[in-house]
Design a protein around this ligand. Structure first.
Ligand SMILES: Nc1ncnc2c1ncn2[C@@H]1O[C@H](COP(=O)(O)OP(=O)(O)OP(=O)(O)O)[C@@H](O)[C@H]1O
Ligand SMILES: [Mg+2]
Length: 462
């Protein structure tokens, strides 16, 4: 696509005859009523100072010159200085130095001048054909450069737009994942709530029946002397209807079940509170076992249909300095990945899998070991799993952010280490190491003893 605006040329020479030649060969003045249909137009100046002034004004008016022909030997500002000052205003200017003799210039000046890749040389006397050829060549180069620059800007804008869209999409998918987790929690709370409700209804009915028995007994007790047969019969009927042996057995059971249900709901609510830890911006000493247990509770709905969960917590584990909300999020991502990997196998016909979560002290670090019997990670994908947006899951199930986030939290924010080993078809284990001493804040070495092919990611900053 051709640019309709003409290429603006500035010719600077102290010889008026030369300027006449430039105008005759290269076109009309740009400064006059500009003939837009021309490909090129030329303005002229008799000295470096005059040329610089014209050049500056055109640059400020956003009508820059693309090419300058500069006589090398001129009184006042010579061609080298003129060109350097023009470049100071616009480094993209293409300069053609025109000279009959370079003797008047110092070689050192010339050497510096000739370093530029935006410079051509022409020797006087100029032949009109030669002049036109050089001008056309430079015009084409300039247009190509402008087109390339426009394209680069356009591409950068597109890349920026794509990044924005990608971030928006990721955010939307993240929200969807949070929604899913919330739906799971709602489901978890719903089951005990339902049987608490049923039991409470039963207890209400039972209470009304028992009250009726007591009322008839009360009426009997209120009689002075022997009770009338009618009242006695009423009391017997009330006791029969109530089925007291049944109630004696079922009421305590209903109370026990309801308390259990309330305990479940309370546990989920406590886990949710502990999981989210709003506002903890600096590290606090955390009971890691409890934090992990809360996280497992919050996502129970994600794993309970596909896996049996076993926990093996080290009771002697000392408190670990953590950002609890963030650490829980990292553990959650790893556990959900484990559940997904097992679900994939279950979908292919396998029976329920297993997730094992272990905590241990390892020297100066606390270790959380999360192991699953899922699909495993194919060898060729193992180096990629921490890459942002790398996912093998379908849209809506994964965004490829979980492990990137987990690594950033564990390695960068806690100075810990995150590694894994995986056997395709058999399962995967992720190992989180967290330093126990916040002050030392040394990166923790990964536990190499576990694996032949251990992928590890450490804190670089220390
Ligand atoms: N325990 C695992 N078993 C098998 N593959 C896994 C396991 N953990 C991670 N992966 C692989 O690593 C990929 C990246 O995991 P990551 O958690 O970063 O993203 P995701 O789970 O796909 O999406 P999300 O952003 O929802 O977490 C997964 O898509 C999966 O292929
Ligand atoms: Mg994930």
């Amino acid at each position: 696509m051709s640019n309709p605006s003409p290429t603006r040329i500035l010719a600077i020479d102290d010889d008026p005859a030369m300027l006449t030649l430039f105008r005759a060969v290269l076109g009309k003045p740009c400064a006059g009523r500009e003939p837009e249909r021309l490909r090129m137009c030329v303005d002229t100046a008799l000295s470096g100072a005059e040329g610089l002034e014209l050049f500056r004004r055109a640059h400020c008016a956003d009508r820059p010159y693309a090419i300058a022909f500069v006589d090398l030997v001129m009184p006042g500002m010579n061609g080298i200085e003129t060109a350097n000052r023009l470049w100071a205003v616009d480094p993209s200017l293409l300069v053609v130095r025109v000279t009959a003799s370079e003797k008047a210039l110092r070689m050192a000046e010339l050497a510096v001048f000739e370093e530029s890749d935006r410079l051509l040389s022409l020797h006087k006397p100029l032949h009109p054909v030669e002049l036109r050829q050089v001008a056309r060549f430079l015009d084409q180069r300039k247009r190509a450069e402008d087109a390339l620059q426009r394209r680069t800007v356009e591409l950068n804008e597109r890349i920026e737009e794509m990044r924005r869209l990608q971030a928006e999409l990721a955010q939307a998918q993240r929200l969807e994942a949070i929604g899913q987790l919330a739906a799971g929690i709602a489901h978890e709370i719903n089951t005990p709530t339902q049987y608490i409700g049923d039991n409470t209804l039963f207890l209400g009915d039972a209470f009304r029946v028992v009250v009726r028995v007591f009322e008839s007994v009360e009426r009997l007790l209120a009689c002075d002397g022997p009770a009338p047969a009618e009242l006695l019969e009423q009391a017997r009927a009330a006791a029969r209807t109530a089925d007291l042996p049944f109630l004696a057995e079922e009421i305590p059971r209903a109370v026990e079940q309801s308390l259990e249900g309330i305990g479940c709901v309370a546990e989920i609510v406590r886990a949710m509170k502990e999981f989210s830890h709003p506002g903890a911006e600096s590290k606090v000493a955390v009971d890691l076992n409890r934090a992990v247990a809360s996280t497992l509770t919050v996502c129970r709905n994600e794993w309970k249909y596909v896996a049996d969960l076993t926990t093996d917590f080290d009771p002697a584990l000392p408190p670990v300095p953590c950002l609890p909300g963030e650490l829980n999020q990292a553990i959650l991502n790893i556990v959900i990945n484990a559940a997904h990997a097992i679900a994939e196998k279950v979908a292919e016909g396998d029976s329920k899998g297993a997730i094992t979560v272990r905590t241990r002290r390892r020297g100066n670090a606390a270790e959380i070991h999360i192991e699953d019997t899922g699909t495993g990670i194919p060898q060729h994908l193992q180096p990629k799993i921490f890459d942002l947006f790398f996912t093998t899951k379908t849209v809506g199930r994964g965004t490829g952010q979980g492990l990137t986030m987990a690594r950033s939290i564990i390695v960068e924010k806690h100075g810990g280490a995150l590694s894994f080993h995986s056997e395709p078809g058999k399962g995967t284990a992720f190992i989180v190491l967290l330093p126990l001493e916040p002050a030392a804040n040394q990166p923790v070495a990964g536990n190499g003893e576990h694996h032949d092919t251990c992928h590890e990611t450490h804190c670089l900053a220390g």
